[in-house]
Design a protein around this ligand. Sequence first.
Ligand code: PMP
Length: 440
Amino acid sequence: IKPVTAPNTARSDALFERAKKLIPGGVNSPVRAFKAVGGTPRFVQRAQGAYFWDADGQRYIDYIGSWGPMILGHGHPTVVEAVQKAVLEGFSYGAPTEREVELAEEIVKLLPSIEMLRLVSSGTEATMSVIRLARGATGRSKIIKFEGCYHGHSDALLVKAGSGLATFGSPTSAGVPPEVVQHTLVLEYNHIAQLEEAFSLHGKDIACLMIEPIAGNMNFVRASIPFMKRCRELCTQYGALLVFDEVMTGFRVALGGAQSLYAQSIPGFKPDMTALGKVIGGGMPMAAFGGTRAVMELLAPLGSVYQAGTLSGNPVATACGLATLREIQKPGFYDALGARTRDLVQGLTQAAAQAGVPFCGDSEGGMFGFFLLGQLPQNYATVMTTDGPAFNRFYHAMLAGGVYYAPALYEAGFVSAAHSAQDIAETVSVARDAFNSLST
Ligand code: PMP
């Protein structure tokens, strides 16, 4: 067994100390602080292809890719060129541009459930705006979400399940008044009986059901096909909107998003509304929400549901997003990405088995998850039965070996088109040592 060398983090340490004086926790988004796994977050200096280099000059194979957007890898030449050209034409106008129309046309072409859409700047804005629109369209207040799904940090969606079945949740965050979440019903993911009970009790008051179809915020948990079929049937029966939060899965698990995968098994399947983000901006602040024309036409200035944004449809972000969307449509793109990601999960699984460490993993397109568990979990409570300290030891052994993935056991990972077979082999080799260090 190779000893895990102590990584050099002198510069990251110093930057973290400086950051903590001025920025809460030293970070601008909590998970970056390494709170769950401990240790110093790596301050990134630059990135290219499948790698980034930290402030101490160490190279890492990057399986976060900005938490999903970097599907082509960092600094793809075509995307860089498009962004450079756009920057020279101005950063932001606050007036409509041709590229916004082009991006909308591209998205509508690839996701047939979307007839109209609006561009925003973050996934949080997209899901928050969908909720307002669903409430405006139905005249109802209640929404359904599932435990373990994250839809951004807007008040109504920052809710954890209460105890017992089909409870209205309590706020996950201080600063969210209970009255604000009193209309948010939190259910267990993949639990059909509970879903049916919720609709039979509250169906006529439910504006929408929002779901991550493959939940990447509890690592990687698929909504089962019977469960998704029931979600669709009940929404239709009770006149609630089925909202797919594909901020993470959109253009990541397949060209047609997770919705195209469910449509393969459930004839005619479509969500009513979809939230997108991450890949559609290619790493720039860009997100969108869209759906049926009848619902989308209720938005201001056509209708009475208000929504707006100073930087919405930003011309540099649309250039970056469009260039990214054009690359991923090249023939064979998802076949290659899916195969590479499967190779990674298979390699990790074999390495764990050889070391006698309980392990299982799953992937779709360029998104993957793995668990230090014997069996793939179906809901949040099971995900959280993972041995946390073992995960943290594994995490640090991988990091010391130059492999960077999410510093928390409930986050998905991402492979890009820039990850080579050699990168996967190197990752598996580092993992072999990391698993061995766990079992000794
Ligand atoms: N929905 C999902 C499924 C997400 O994964 C995220 C962010 N990880 C969001 C919404 C929120 O997006 P943002 O961080 O851009 O606000």
